[in-house]
Design a protein around this ligand. Structure first.
Ligand SMILES: [Zn+2]
Length: 253
């Protein structure tokens, strides 16, 4: 009997197989050959991460840094990875997330723990994969190669179903998510002695990251900062001394 889970997994596997067999145009800019052209790959590797997020930020949102503004071609690449199963984009997008994590984490000797904001079970089943967990793993590998001890800690759990956030304003999103996440006690014990960085692919109103931060604080493990690949709102001049200048990924590169 075919279940929704096996169907979605089959879809993801088929997509990945076709991805290997069929030449495609760049999923970022539509040019070149392959899923990611040289220009987009170079642009991703050179993003200047910096402070980002809504202003004023929602209560509970920790200091937030993003790799770039949510604009094409980065926007197209994130959508292709998340919704179309372009799994090979996880590496380059993870490099961008790693830049945001470095910007957000600042100095410190304690190892980093990247805590992904969880997708709903329904969304993970529909996509056939967990895009944020995959990006967090790619970012952790990138940071580890750079000599920064980093692991991924997927410790956040949903405590109740939430409505689809699409179409909700900032206040409605906060209400929809309030109290929806928690850290089980058996997992909270593993977080001590680390620098916790919340990670997500995109920040819009900051409601999801704020709820995730609240849940970590409630478990006695406050996050040091949050980091995302992209942000619909970027800031400048609000970072710590020496923080990189904000800069959007240039379109079409
Ligand atoms: Zn391209």
């Amino acid at each position: 009997m075919t279940t929704p889970v096996t169907t979605s997994l089959t879809t993801a596997l088929t997509t990945s197989l076709l991805d290997l067999l069929l030449p495609t145009r760049c999923l970022g800019c539509g040019g070149g050959r392959g899923q990611l052209c040289g220009g987009c790959r170079t642009a991703l590797a050179r993003l200047a991460a910096g402070p980002a997020g809504p202003h004023p930020p929602p209560p509970d949102l920790p200091p937030l840094h993003s790799a770039a503004a949510y604009a094409d071609p980065l926007r197209q690449l994130l959508i292709a990875h998340k919704e179309r199963g372009a799994l090979r984009l996880a590496g380059p997008l993870g490099t961008a997330l790693a830049a945001a994590v470095r910007s957000a984490a600042g100095a410190g000797a304690a190892p980093l723990l990247l805590v992904p904001v969880p997708s709903t079970r329904r969304a993970t089943r529909a996509r056939g994969h967990d895009p944020m967990l995959r990006l967090a793993g790619a970012a952790a590998r990138e940071l580890h190669l750079a000599g920064i001890a980093t692991r991924v800690a997927p410790v956040l759990r949903q405590t109740r179903p939430v409505a689809d956030q699409a179409g909700l304003d900032a206040a409605q999103r906060r209400l929809n998510l309030r109290g929806a996440l928690a850290v089980p006690a058996r997992l909270a014990a593993r977080l001590a002695g680390h620098r916790l960085i919340l990670v997500d692919d995109l920040v819009t109103t900051g409601a999801s990251l704020a709820e995730a931060a609240r849940a970590l604080r409630a478990a006695g493990c406050p996050p040091r900062a949050a980091a995302t690949v992209a942000a619909t709102v970027r800031r400048s001049g609000t970072g710590p001394p020496g923080a990189p200048t904000c800069q959007a990924l240039s379109s079409g590169s």
